[in-house]
Design a protein around this ligand. Sequence first.
Ligand code: PMP
Length: 433
Amino acid sequence: FLSHTLQAKMSRPVQARRLEGIDKNIWVEFVKLAATYSKVNLGQGFPDFPAPDFLTEAFTRALGGGNHMLHQYTRAFGHPPLVKVLAQFFEKLLGRELDPMTNVMVTVGAYQALFCCFQALVDEGDEVIIIEPFFDCYEPMVKMAGGTPVFVPLRPNPPKDGKLMSSADWQLDPAELASKFSERTKAIVLNSPNNPLGKVFSRGELGLIAELCVKHDVLCFSDEVYEWLVYDGRQHIRIASLQGMWDRTVIIGSAGKTFSATGWKVGWVVGPDRLLQHLRTVHQNSVYHCATIAQEAVAQGFQRELTLYGKPESYFVQLPKELQQKRDWLIQSLDSVGMKPIIPEGTYFLVADISQFKSDVPDVPNSDEPYDYRFAKWMVKNKGLAAIPLSAFYSEAHKNNYTNFIRFCFAKEEATLKAANDILQKWKQEKTS
Ligand code: PMP
């Protein structure tokens, strides 16, 4: 009798329905592959160069500086010095007054900021528009909230003159975008600068999105974690600063990307209290707050940047310069072997076309696995070079249209990029000899 009841209990489904179909995760899979096989890892997006001294010194000061209360809980919605300086900083960027207590909230990385947006503002049956290619977690997060993701792709327009493509050549079709908005649409997720393409949306493109948001009374979750990483003199434009958008936009940021310290997992949201009050409800009932010491150090980092704002010594001025150089090294390496890069206008990433390498990794017709997945796996196992398949950033229905590209992260030491170049050059020689 006893064994019968035990068995009956064990056969009951244990998994919550909201987890159906979201168990696979590209990062878990490819981080493991990179750890096992890679000699050079240009896969996951993190710098292999150190965070700036002023930041790590601030952390050390916070740790041992005599204020033992920094080892204890702080305010749930953000350590007061951090929300204060973030409010001051974003007042400058947005040209509007901000209340640090109600217009800013600190989160466990941008990941939790996104999670709070979806949990707090998306209901069962709501539709959320996601622009493809997208940072992969948007889709499962919409689904976990009970919402339905609606995808709209950036469409590539190859340049006619044989030049390399730029991320700016990937554009929304205005009519197609408009067709995705309906009375069921609750929000659109915008990610500019965009991971994985590196696209920096222009004022015109943002204006189009803003107009549709206002017309259909739709919210905008604006993932701006790469806000400081724009190249070639381009400017990052904040959609919240466009007409009618402040009241409907949550800006999402990350100290990980801002200060090259992705492991600290400090992120934030900035927005109107009418939206943030609901994000606070999710936050206080799930995470409560993130490490006080990390928040204290990030606050000091922002304090420094506030004083140096726009000056050549500012990290927010220096970092994009350094990354632009790294981007150009990788572009050169890839272009010289025929793995055509799409020149990114921003971010840590660039996407490259692997069509000319197809003879090395033949296609298997009717395979469940997209070609770029197989290519990236083969490359890390056989060449020791790790990258991420682009189709991982597409919905199931559209994956198969984008299987000729892989994404590289160039936020790496010069030596790492040189080692990648060595692998690529050797590979090319083997192909031609
Ligand atoms: N959004 C985008 C577009 C990202 O690329 C990332 C990190 N790869 C995140 C959010 C998450 O940021 P964090 O590490 O601060 O959680």
